[in-house]
Each structure stands twice: as structure tokens, then as C-alpha cells.
Design a protein around this ligand. Structure first.
Ligand code: SF4
Ligand code: SF4
Ligand code: FES
Length: 556
């Protein structure tokens, strides 16, 4: 019989029913919510599927589990001690709690411990704004420290690699960077030396963090211990706008974020795409935006006198408008064809252009009677086992699928020979620099009666052109590329082009109209819709369907 005034315990609160699950799955409760997860899934991953955040530093989905930061501790029914969610696998009937007072106290303790030797130089740290120490301090921290002793000091601004700077005081020894070099790049430059509070990341003797993928260590460092040299002090991250796009520096086409501020790309980081690049990208690709800022831009059209043609306007007279320059381009091609026949005209079309640009180039060149179209290759180095492709064109597969043919060195050499021999009298060059690339000698171009060049910078070929038309550079226009495995992906406009520059498709549309090309072709999506309707490989595709990670082309 119960004692008076002692409350009789009521029935235990009803536990939610565990949902049914398949043979490879388990059902469990996380903070009282029923979850079904695949066997082998960790508690942290299962929690993520229902939007429950388990804070973590050392865990990264692309790396092995280290279990060293202890930030992910959770309470699991029937287990006396807290367990790390990143390494504990789910089990049938498990009940996990992530918000109990015990868990909260532990997180506060971990945060206080991690900050004991941290320099707190957030005001001058590039990671400020996207630092997990900052974020977790606000959400899970104690708000104060009891540590009044002198902090342990380490070297700061260490040039640990050609492109990466290391700050030993900011490091929390999560070993993500070490595991990346061991498991992903396979280059094994980094290790953890010393013990306890004196432990520090270092390179092995005689080595530097110079592998082709070193920038990924910066991406995954949860604090500001590793920073990317070209981005150091360039912009505060809260001003940056990340635009999802893809890298165009090789045929892999890694998914990336273009970080922009004040109409300028300041940084490129890898964007997760399990079908293309996982979580990673190479260092070369991170600098894809640099030429658009470093090379002299072509921002206004140039018209120069062609043999037998009307006078030019460069260096004297009024600068031509785009319309006048397009008129001149069409007139010079028409005149050359009139004198020598359409067979004396040819075009070099870059596989760096988007599908939309190549599609309209093809139509315009056909309208102008130009049948000889060559796509030059660009190759450098070797394929590696991770991402990098020897083929440096981002859309060689796309050019082939659109019927232009794959990049062809022999065809390019034959065209160059015919230009030098005077057999080609009119040449259209789209997004290529055959003079700068050593394909055609500048003197050989002097025999041309019409040289029309469309490019975003003042290349050696632009300097020889009779008509040069300014186009958008990397990150300035949208479109679709097809990568080396046949995946169609979108690239987006992240910044506005300068002055009179336009997308190549818009320039080709205008030239095409001078030759009777019909059709509005008002935007890149509209052109892609025509591609999807007319080219079987792209049947049914839309920009929306391509989404953030693209779509695989069947049979490609
Ligand atoms: S440098 Fe960064 S990624 Fe490497 S152990 Fe330190 S905190 Fe972790
Ligand atoms: S592997 Fe190729 S596509 Fe990927 S980041 Fe490097 S250069 Fe760009
Ligand atoms: S994330 Fe689990 S121990 Fe670090």
C-alpha cells in the first residue's frame, strides 16, 4: 500500500511504435522520432536523415571515422556511458537521445576543452563566419572559460604547402586533413606529432602539402587552421554568395560553388556530387576563375580593315557597336565566300563552349554556308586515379553528341595547313586562340580575307582578327556541359560580364540572322529546350531536371 502523499507513478509515457523495416534495415528511435536506417549506418548519419543535428568536428562523410573530437556524444538507452554518434552503428530497437542534460553538459565541456588553447583570433581569421568552433560555441558552448593559465603557443602562418597556410594554434587535431592525404589523395604528407596539448599537425620530413588536391584539406578543416593562400584576406565569407556551378578546366566537370562578392569570383570550392566528384576537386580547378581577372579582357568589339574589304575602326573613327561589328563580320564572310566559294571558309569551334553555344554556332555556320568545322583538342598531363583528366576541354562529349565531332588533333592540323597554304580564305574562331596555342602561325593568318573571332580576352588571335566580338568569360553565362562520363550538368552565371560582352550563343544568333537564321533563341534554357527536342541524347532533359547534380545521358 503506498505511503500517504507519495505520488503513485503513472503509466510510462507511451513509446512511439517502431516502424516496420526490411531485412537490411533497422528501426530505432532518435529523440523519440521513429527512424528506419540501413544496417551499418551510424547514429549520427541516421539522425541527419530526420534533420536531427549531432554536432561533430572530426567526422566527415568522405573519410574514415576517427572518433577523436568527442563532440558527437549521445545518450543511448541501456548504455551506461555516452557514446560517440559518428562511430556507433544503429541497432534494432535502439533509443537515442541527443538533447538530454547529460549530453548538453558534455558538449559544453568539450567546447571549453577545445577552446583552452585556441587563440580566438576570429577577427583576423579567414574561417570566421564558417568556423565550426564559432558556430558550436554559440549553440553548444558554455559562454565562458575557467582557463586563466597561459595558452600553449604554436607557429602561425606556416607555409605548409605552396597553396596552403597552416596556423598551429587554431588546429583542434581532428585529423581530417591527415586522413584526406592518407585516404583520398594517397600522398600521405601529413601526420600528428607530439602528445597531449602539445600535439600538432606537421608534414613528414622533406615533404610539403603540395599534392594536386591540397585545397580539399582547407575545405574540410572545420576551423581556420588551414587556409587557401589565394583567398587569404580576400573577402569576409558572410559577404560571399555561393553560386552552384561546375569547373570547366577539364573533362571531369567537378561540381563547384563559385563564391562571389562585388561582381567578382573570389573562391571556388568543391560541391558534393556523388555522380561526379564526391566531395573533392583539384587545385588547378580552384583557380579556374583567375584568367578572367588576370588576362586582358576583350570588352568591346574590334573591326580592322580586311584585304579587299571596307576600312576598320580600331585606332580611329568611332568604336563600332556590337550590331555594326556583327554586320561587318557577316559582310566579310559573305565577301570571302563570294570571291572564293563557300568551300574556302572554315571554323574552329571550342569544346570549352556550352551545348547551347555549340548548337547555335552549328546553325549559324550552316546558314553562312560553312561546312568545315573543326574542334581542336586541349590535352595536358595524364589522367589520374581520382578526378583529373588529361582532356582539358569540359564539353568534348557534348560537341560530339551535337554532331560537331569530338576534339580532333589531325583535323585541326589539316585546317592549320590549309590556312597557311591559302586554301582557307575566311575563318571563324569561337572561343579558341590558335595563334597563342601554337596551332596557326600569326603570319599565316595574313592571307585570310575574313577572320572573325569571338572570345572573352584579347588573345593573340583576337589581335589578328578583322572582326573580334567580346563574349562572356567563365562564370558569366549559363549553359550545359557533358563530362567525360556522359553526365550533363549546368553551369551558371555568377557574375555580370563587362561592358558589351555577351554569351557566345547570343553573338552567334546575331550573326546567324544576317544569313537568314530564323528563331528567337532568347535564352540559354530556350536553346537547350530545342536541343532536347531535336537531339535524341538529350531527349526529355530540362534545366530543372538537371538540377544541382546533372543527369546521365543514356548510353554515353
Ligand atoms: S589542420 Fe584543420 S583539419 Fe587538420 S587536424 Fe587541424 S583542425 Fe583538423
Ligand atoms: S578535376 Fe578537372 S573538373 Fe575537377 S576541379 Fe580539377 S580541373 Fe576542374
Ligand atoms: S565527430 Fe564523433 S568523435 Fe568527432
Amino acid at each position: 500500500m503506498p505511503e500517504p502523499n507519495v505520488p503513485v507513478p503513472g503509466p510510462a509515457p507511451a513509446q512511439p511504435e517502431l516502424p516496420p523495416c526490411g531485412p537490411d534495415e533497422v528501426a530505432l528511435l532518435i529523440d523519440g522520432h521513429p527512424v528506419v536506417a540501413k544496417k551499418g549506418t551510424t547514429v549520427l548519419q541516421a539522425a541527419e536523415t530526420i534533420g536531427v543535428v549531432v554536432p561533430h568536428y572530426c567526422y566527415h562523410p568522405g573519410l574514415s571515422v576517427a572518433g577523436n573530437c568527442r563532440m558527437c556524444l549521445v545518450e543511448i538507452e541501456k548504455m551506461p556511458k555516452l557514446q560517440i554518434g559518428c562511430a556507433t552503428q544503429v541497432a534494432q530497437g535502439m533509443s537515442v537521445k541527443t538533447t538530454t542534460n547529460r549530453v548538453k553538459d558534455t558538449r559544453e565541456g568539450i567546447m571549453e576543452f577545445l577552446l583552452i588553447n585556441h587563440p580566438l583570433d576570429c577577427p583576423i581569421c579567414d574561417q570566421a563566419g564558417e568556423c565550426r568552433l564559432q558556430q558550436y560555441s554559440a549553440t553548444y558552448g558554455k559562454g565562458e572559460s575557467r582557463f586563466v593559465e597561459e595558452k600553449i603557443h604554436h607557429d602561425k602562418r606556416v607555409p605548409i604547402g605552396e597553396r596552403v597556410t597552416f596556423d598551429g594554434e587554431r588546429c583542434i587535431k581532428c585529423t581530417r586533413c591527415v586522413r584526406f592525404c592518407d585516404e583520398v589523395s594517397g600522398t600521405r604528407e601529413l601526420t600528428l606529432v607530439e602528445r597531449g596539448g602539445h600535439a600538432i599537425i606537421d608534414t613528414f620530413p622533406g615533404m610539403a602539402l603540395n599534392n594536386a588536391y591540397s585545397g580539399n584539406t582547407v575545405d574540410i578543416c572545420p576551423v581556420g587552421a588551414l587556409t587557401w593562400k589565394p583567398f587569404r584576406f580576400a573577402a569576409r565569407v558572410w559577404f560571399l554568395k555561393n553560386v552552384p556551378s561546375i569547373c570547366s578546366a577539364c573533362a571531369r566537370g567537378c561540381s563547384v560553388d563559385l563564391a562571389t562578392y562585388q561582381n567578382r569570383v573570389h573562391r571556388i570550392t568543391a560541391r558534393h556530387n556523388p555522380d561526379v566528384n564526391g566531395y573533392w576537386m583539384c587545385d588547378f580547378g580552384r583557380q579556374t576563375y583567375a584568367p578572367a581577372q588576370d588576362l586582358p579582357r576583350l570588352t568591346r568589339p574590334i573591326v580592322r580593315p580586311a584585304p579587299g574589304g571596307p576600312g576598320g575602326t580600331e585606332g580611329g573613327g568611332a568604336a563600332p557597336s556590337m550590331g555594326e561589328a556583327v554586320d561587318q563580320a557577316a559582310a566579310s564572310l559573305r565577301a570571302a565566300a563570294g570571291r572564293h566559294g563557300a568551300g574556302a571558309l572554315a571554323a574552329l569551334v571550342s569544346a570549352r563552349l556550352t551545348l547551347e553555344e555549340i548548337h547555335l554556332a552549328k546553325k549559324t555556320l550552316a546558314a553562312a554556308g560553312i561546312a568545315r568545322i573543326v574542334v581542336p583538342p586541349h590535352e595536358e598531363g595524364q589522367d589520374d586515379e581520382l578526378l583529373i583528366r588529361r582532356d582539358r576541354t569540359p564539353n568534348g562529349r557534348g560537341a560530339a553528341l551535337l554532331g560537331l565531332g569530338a576534339p580532333d588533333a589531325a583535323a585541326a592540323a589539316a585546317l592549320a595547313a590549309d590556312v597557311a597554304a591559302g586554301k582557307v580564305r575566311g575563318l571563324v574562331v569561337l572561343g579558341e586562340d590558335p595563334v597563342g596555342d601554337g596551332l596557326i602561325r600569326a603570319e599565316a593568318l595574313r592571307g585570310l580575307e575574313a577572320l572573325v573571332v569571338v572570345d572573352w580576352w584579347t588573345s593573340a588571335t583576337v589581335q589578328a582578327a578583322h572582326v573580334a566580338l567580346p563574349s562572356c568569360g567563365y562564370g558569366e553565362s549559363e549553359g550545359v556541359y557533358v563530362n567525360c562520363t556522359g553526365r550533363a550538368q549546368r553551369t551558371r552565371a555568377a557574375v555580370r560580364p563587362g561592358d558589351l560582352a555577351e554569351p557566345v550563343w547570343a553573338i552567334m544568333r546575331e550573326i546567324g540572322r544576317r544569313f537568314g537564321l530564323a528563331g528567337a533563341y532568347a535564352s540559354a534554357p530556350a536553346i537547350f529546350a530545342e536541343i532536347a527536342a531535336t537531339v535524341p541524347a538529350f531527349a526529355g532533359m530540362t534545366y530543372r531536371a538537371l538540377g544541382e547534380t546533372g543527369a546521365q545521358i543514356e548510353g554515353a
